[in-house]
Write a protein that binds this ligand. Structure first.
Ligand code: SF4
Length: 214
């Protein structure tokens, strides 16, 4: 059984897969409490669903790409089996994880999109650093959500410490929606000398920051 907040079809809004048709399975619950969290509605509630029912919904959408997200999807043990089943059915599977739970044991066919929590999130102490050492350069991506200059400096330091531009397929730098001066952030990225990628959340630009199920 899985506890599920929503299952929907949309376009992928983030990562190097942005713009692609994608089915999303958003699982309920998260052990973190980032101060800028945009998905607090996943913390509680949700619907208990059989694995087969979740897989059937994904099949109905007909997208080759599937993202398992949350909340923190890996906080549910059954998520590991869901990921495996999706991989076995031939989907290209993305896992959006907040970086607190170990990614060890995730089906190796799935792509990890790993958040590193910056100080401005209030949760930087809870980063599970061994996750960074498991990143694979051919498929995994790492994301820093930046709220201010201190977060940007933290991002630069962690990228250097773990050699992330070589260790990951992409290093994504994303603003806290509505909190960061975008031209300023773009300038920090442009002048960094780092092979990192500024990303804006495409789904929020299309449907607005409050929309759900998109
Ligand atoms: S890890 Fe993600 S879902 Fe959990 S509190 Fe942080 S932003 Fe929200």
């Amino acid at each position: 059984m899985l506890r599920v907040t929503e299952i929907f079809r949309s376009v992928q809004g983030e990562s190097t897969h942005a713009g692609r048709p994608c089915s999303f399975v958003r699982l309920t619950g998260c052990p973190m409490r980032c101060v800028w969290c945009d998905s607090e509605y996943t913390f509680t509630g949700g619907e208990r669903m059989e694995m087969e029912a979740v897989l059937a919904r994904v099949r109905d959408f007909g997208c080759r790409l599937v993202e398992v997200t949350g909340g923190e999807p890996l906080a549910q043990r059954a998520a590991f089996e869901l990921i495996q089943r999706l991989c076995e059915e031939g989907y290209e599977v993305l896992i959006e994880t907040g970086g607190y739970v170990s990614t060890e044991g995730v089906d190796e066919r799935a792509c990890i999109i790993l958040d590193v929590k910056c100080p401005g999130s209030g949760e930087a102490e809870r980063n599970h650093w061994p996750n960074l050492e498991r990143l694979r350069a051919d498929k995994d991506e790492v994301k820093f959500v930046v709220t201010d200059r201190a977060d940007w400096e933290f991002t630069r330091e962690v990228v250097a410490r773990y050699d992330l531009t070589k260790r990951a397929r992409a290093v994504l730098v994303s603003p806290v929606w509505g909190a960061v001066d975008l031209p300023q952030l773009a300038d920090w990225v442009a002048s960094s000398g780092l092979d990192v990628r500024l990303q804006l959340q495409m789904h929020k630009q299309i449907w607005g920051a409050q929309a759900r199920g998109v």
